[in-house]
Every structure is written in structure tokens, then in C-alpha cells.
Design a protein around this ligand. Structure first.
Ligand SMILES: N[C@@H](CCC(=O)N[C@@H](CS)C(=O)NCC(=O)O)C(=O)O
Length: 252
């Protein structure tokens, strides 16, 4: 199958691309980025990775905004699909990318209507709730030089509440939807396992702890979590210094 031609991508990024790659993941080491690399690894797909360094503002450069108009990672090119403009299909928003990959491969998404609807519900729960709330907890707890107790408390409490909703759900089933591991588990795990960085209290959430440990032990999750490089969440001081140096609003 002929592959859609890629737009012009500047060096050194173009050098990271293999000419035969159908899928190109534009990412950085953050929860939203890991969602896609974990899914690609779980699906056993071949892909090229472009590390878009969000701490230096690469995500706002014109070449990348052509791929994701929102100027954020992750984004994906699927060169199996040629758009009317003659380029590859470009997808942004991690939830949309997960759905595209699951439908493309017929995996990680139940085929029955109930399982499918429940998977999408938990995926949207992550996209609209868990990710934004934990992200804001990170901003106010870790990055903002001025510590605002109301904001820290608000986002940490809401993160805890959302994690508790997951805990209750996981009391009688191995995965969020049921017996099947889905893109909803991938999306939620990529944020939930960073709870300590957000300062979200997970004490007593034993079902969540079991689920986090089981998913974290999956080899594909460990491979995907290390894309594009291994990230050990830095200490509070170094993260604040990094933020001050770059003017970035959100590291994860
Ligand atoms: N809802 C988006 C969120 C994407 C997002 O916030 N990405 C962050 C990294 S996790 C980013 O690129 N931040 C850089 C910036 O805000 O400029 C998704 O799920 O894809």
C-alpha cells in the first residue's frame, strides 16, 4: 500500500523518521504522550517517534502546529490514510488517537455496544476529568512559584475524588470496563500512576492500587512509558526551576 507523503519536517526531527513508517508519533515524556506510546506497544505496531520538546516550546512552532493546531503533544500521523489535500491523516487529542488506533486494529475496544459505550465513557472521564484535574494539581502544587492553598486543595481534592470513583468501579472487576483491558485503562493509568507527583491522596484506595500495579507490570506499558525517553519525575525544586526557565505553563 502506498504511504501518504509527509509534510516538510525540520531537522533534527526528520532524521528520526524511518521512510517505511506508517505511523509517526509526535510526543514527549508526559501522561498524555504515554497514553499513545503504551497503546502502540500494546497493539504491537511499528512506529517512528519524534520527540517534541515541550519545555523549549517546540510544540508551538509552525511545523508542529500544522500537525496539531492546538500546539500540544501528542499527535499522530497515519500514513495509511491520505487526506484530500494529499497528506497523511493527522490526529491530535490523545483520546481521539487512542480511538483511531483501537478501531484501526480492532483491539482494546469491545465490539459489543455496551462494552464500547462504557469504554468511551471511561475514556471521556479521563479526558475531561482525571487528566485536567491532575494537570491543574501539578501546576498549583509543583510549578507555580506562588503557592495558593485554595487552588492546591481544590485540584488535589478533585483528583482524589476522581481516583475514588475509579476505585469503587474496580471493586468487582479487573479493569474499568470489566474483563477486557481497554484504551480506557491505558488513558486512566497513564495519569493515575503519577498521583504522588500531583500530591493526590490515594490512601485506602486498594482496588485502584491493585489495578495500578497490575497494569504497571505489563511489559508493553513499561516500554510505552519509556517513550521517547525514560522519565523519573523530578524533584519539586528542579521542576520549578525548569518551569521558570522556559515559561511553560504545564510540564505534564
Ligand atoms: N487534551 C490533550 C492535552 C494535551 C496536553 O496538554 N499536552 C501537554 C503535555 S501532557 C502539552 O503539550 N503541553 C505543552 C503546552 O501546553 O504548551 C490531549 O489529551 O492530547
Amino acid at each position: 500500500m502506498p504511504l501518504a507523503p509527509l509534510p516538510t519536517i525540520p531537522e533534527p526531527f526528520a532524521a528520526a523518521l524511518r521512510p517505511e513508517a506508517e505511523l509517526i508519533l509526535y510526543t514527549h515524556g508526559t501522561p498524555n504522550g504515554w497514553k499513545v506510546s503504551v497503546a502502540l506497544e500494546e497493539l504491537g505496531l511499528d512506529y517512528s517517534v519524534v520527540d517534541v520538546n515541550i519545555t523549549t516550546g517546540e510544540q508551538k512552532k509552525p511545523w508542529f502546529v500544522q500537525i496539531n493546531p492546538n500546539g500540544r503533544i501528542p499527535a499522530l500521523h497515519d500514513r495509511r490514510v491520505t487526506t484530500p489535500a494529499g497528506g497523511p491523516l493527522a490526529i491530535f487529542e490523545s483520546g481521539a488517537i487512542l480511538l483511531h488506533l483501537a478501531e484501526r486494529e480492532g483491539a482494546l475496544l469491545p465490539a459489543d455496544p455496551v462494552g464500547r459505550a462504557e469504554t468511551l465513557s471511561w475514556l471521556m472521564f479521563q479526558m475531561g476529568g482525571l487528566g485536567p484535574m491532575m494537570g491543574q494539581a501539578n501546576v498549583f502544587y509543583r510549578y507555580t512559584p506562588e503557592k495558593i492553598p485554595y487552588a492546591i486543595d481544590r485540584y488535589q481534592r478533585e483528583s482524589r475524588r476522581l481516583l475514588s470513583v475509579m476505585n469503587d468501579r474496580l471493586a468487582d472487576r479487573p479493569f474499568l470496563v470489566g474483563e477486557q483491558y481497554t484504551i480506557a485503562d491505558i488513558a486512566c493509568w497513564c495519569w493515575a500512576h503519577t498521583h504522588a507527583w500531583s500530591g493526590a491522596d490515594v490512601s485506602g484506595l486498594d482496588h485502584l492500587a491493585r489495578w495500578m500495579a497490575e497494569i504497571g507490570a505489563r511489559p508493553a506499558v513499561q516500554r510505552g512509558r519509556a517513550v521517547p525517553t525514560v522519565v523519573v519525575l523530578p524533584t519539586e525544586g528542579s521542576a520549578a526551576a525548569k518551569l521558570a526557565a522556559t515559561g511553560s505553563s504545564l510540564l505534564v
